[in-house]
Write a protein that binds this ligand. Structure first.
Ligand SMILES: [Fe+2]
Ligand SMILES: [Fe+2]
Ligand SMILES: [Fe+2]
Length: 209
């Protein structure tokens, strides 16, 4: 048993179960930042729960919520799936860092943390909150059982090796959820240049600088 075993969840309201895991993401991101912990084990645990959580949401939860809650449009559900793909992309880069004590590790971890935190917040606001109003508790419990079963099954099988995450990304590109790698790299470079320019503008405008 490692220090970072992921609990298998029981039944309950799917919205509460999902929130529970979002807190788990934060805890594990923090574990990954620590210097007095087994970072490889924390990283692998984070990877497994991120993948199992998101895959089970897409398969078992999003389609029903989209159909039942008026305020959850196709746009919200599709945006959620895009963000899952972005998370898997940053996760793959993080898993590929060999030295868990170097700067590359810290950078890849913070890139991943940024997309995970953004997605948790947005999912809570645009998907879970409307579902709380529009979807009956009995349905939420039925979804909770389905989501948990799928999540736990993925965790039992192991779902976040480098090869497994790479395959999920390839599938996301094939389905049109994620742009192909060369386009994503180009977009990343444009963003970096724009950030540098923005910083120059701000520095130039600071008084007494
Ligand atoms: Fe989630
Ligand atoms: Fe999600
Ligand atoms: Fe977003």
């Amino acid at each position: 048993m490692s220090d970072h075993d992921i609990p298998r969840l029981g039944d309950g309201d799917v919205l509460e179960l999902i929130l529970d895991d979002h807190r788990r993401f934060e805890d594990l991101l923090r574990e990954c930042r620590r210097t007095d912990t087994d970072r490889s084990s924390a990283r692998q645990a984070l990877a497994e729960v991120l993948v199992a959580h998101a895959e089970a949401e897409e398969e078992e939860v999003y389609p029903t919520l989209r159909a039942q809650a008026d305020d959850i449009s196709d746009h919200e559900a599709e945006h959620g799936e895009e963000e899952h793909a972005e998370i898997h992309e940053k996760l793959l880069a993080f898993l590929r860092v060999e030295d868990t004590t170097g700067e590359d590790y810290d950078e890849a971890l913070e890139d991943l943390a940024t997309v995970v935190n953004h997605h948790s917040n947005e999912e809570e606001q645009t998907i879970l909150n409307p579902a709380r109003e529009d979807v009956a508790v009995a349905d939420r419990e039925r979804l909770g059982a389905a989501w948990t079963a799928r999540r736990n099954q993925l965790l039992d099988e192991g779902c976040a090796s480098v090869d497994q995450v790479a395959a999920i990304l390839t599938a996301a590109v094939d389905e049109g959820t994620l742009a192909p790698e060369d386009a994503r790299e180009e977009a990343e470079k444009i963003k970096e240049t724009a950030d540098e320019l923005a910083e120059e503008v701000e520095d130039g405008a600071k008084k007494g600088g």
